[in-house]
Design a protein around this ligand. Structure first.
Ligand code: AMP
Length: 284
C-alpha cells in the first residue's frame, strides 16, 4: 500500500499497535535493489508489520551533489516491496516532510546534530552537514512511524554507527538492526549510484572490494600494521581512480587504529569518472 501522507501512516500504525503488532521500518531513498531487499526481507521476517520509506532527503545532499539526478523509480520500488510482503510504502514529498516552501536551512528547521567526533572524518569530511541531514530525517521517520525495529545496511557503516549513537544518546525506543553488505558476484557492493557507472567504470569499481578483501586476507595471515596493510591498496589503483580515503577505524566509535585487530573496520571511498563510491569491511 502506497502512502504519501504522514497522518495516514500514523493512523495505520496506531491500529497495528492497538492490536499488539510489532513494527519494522526500513528507511531508503528508493531505486531499490537487492541490498535494500535484504533489509526488507529481514524486517518482514522479524516484525508483524513492515514500513519501507522511500524519500530522497534533500537536507542530506550537499551543494553540487546529485540531488536532482538521483534515480527515482517509485513504481518499481512499490512492486518490489509488495512482492516482499511490505505493508506500507511511505513516499512523502519534500513539502510533506519539511512544510510548504520547505525552507531547509538550519535557521528555519530543527536539526539533530550528531557529535563532531563521528562526523569530521570519512564521508563527513567531504560531505559537510550530510550526517546532520541523515540524523534529522531518520529521527523524523522514527517519530512518524514509531517502529520497534529499524533496519540499516553496513554498506553505509559510518551512518549506521552514527545512528546507533543517536538512538543511544537520545534514548529513542527503537532497536537498530544492522544488515550485512550485499554484493554482486564480482564483489561490487550494490548501490543505487552504480546506475551512474558505464560498463568500463564498473570494471574499475571492482578495485574497492578487491582492496578490502586483499587487506582482510593479509590481516588474517598475521599482518596487523595499518601502514603496511594500507600500502597493499596501490596495486589495485590506476589513473581512473581518485582515492578519497582508505582508513582503519574502530567498529564502535570510529577512532583511528594504528594496529589492526578484530574490532577494526577498513573504510574506502573512490571517485571513478566523477561517481563517488564507498565500501567497507570488518576484519573480524
Ligand atoms: P539508501 O537508499 O542508499 O539510502 O539506502 C537505504 C538503506 O539500504 C541503508 O541502510 C543502506 O545502508 C542500505 N543499503 C544500501 N546498499 C546496500 C547493500 N549493498 N547492502 C546492504 N545494505 C545496503
Amino acid at each position: 500500500m502506497l502512502v504519501h501522507k504522514i497522518t495516514e501512516v500514523r493512523e495505520k500504525v496506531k491500529e497495528w499497535k492497538r492490536a499488539g503488532l510489532s513494527v519494522g521500518l526500513v528507511p531508503t531513498m528508493g531505486a531499490l535493489h537487492n541490498g535494500h531487499k535484504s533489509l526488507i526481507e529481514k524486517s518482514v521476517e522479524k516484525c508483524d508489520r513492515t514500513v519501507v520509506s522511500v524519500f530522497v532527503n534533500p537536507i542530506q545532499f550537499c551543494a553540487g551533489e546529485d540531488l536532482d539526478k538521483y534515480p527515482r523509480t517509485l513504481e518499481a520500488d512499490e512492486k518490489l516491496c509488495t512482492e516482499a510482503g511490505v505493508d506500507i510504502v511511505f513516499a512523502p514529498s519534500p513539502a510533506e516532510m519539511y512544510g510548504e516552501g520547505h525552507i531547509l536551512s538550519n535557521d528555519f528547521l530543527t536539526y539533530v546534530i550528531p557529535p563532531y567526533f563521528y562526523t569530521d572524518k570519512l564521508c563527513g569530511k567531504s560531505r559537510i552537514g550530510h550526517f546532520d541531514g541523515v540524523c534529522t530525517v531518520v529521527n523524523k521517520l522514527f517519530n512518524i512511524v514509531q517502529p520497534d525495529f529499524a533496519f540499516f545496511g553496513e554498506k553505509d557503516r559510518q551512518q549506521l554507527i552514527i545512528l546507533k549513537k543517536m538512538v543511544n544518546d537520545l534514548n529513542i525506543p527503537v532497536e537498530i538492526i544492522p544488515c550485512p553488505i550485499v554484493r554482486e558476484e564480482s564483489g561490487l557492493a550494490l548501490s543505487s549510484r552504480n546506475k551512474y557507472l558505464s560498463d568500463a567504470d564498473k570494471q574499475e569499481a571492482l578495485a574497492l572490494s578487491k582492496i578490502l578483501f586483499n587487506i582482510k586476507n593479509c590481516y588474517k595471515k598475521g599482518i596487523t600494521d595499518v601502514r603496511s596493510l594500507g600500502e597493499t591498496a596501490y596495486a589495485f589503483l590506476n589513473e581512473n581512480h581518485s582515492l578519497e580515503y582508505l582508513e582503519f577505524r574502530d567498529e564502535n566509535n570510529l577512532e583511528e587504529k594504528t594496529t589492526a585487530d578484530d574490532g577494526t573496520v577498513v573504510f574506502i571511498a573512490v571517485k571513478i569518472n566523477g561517481v563517488r563510491l564507498i565500501d567497507n569491511i570488518s576484519l573480524r
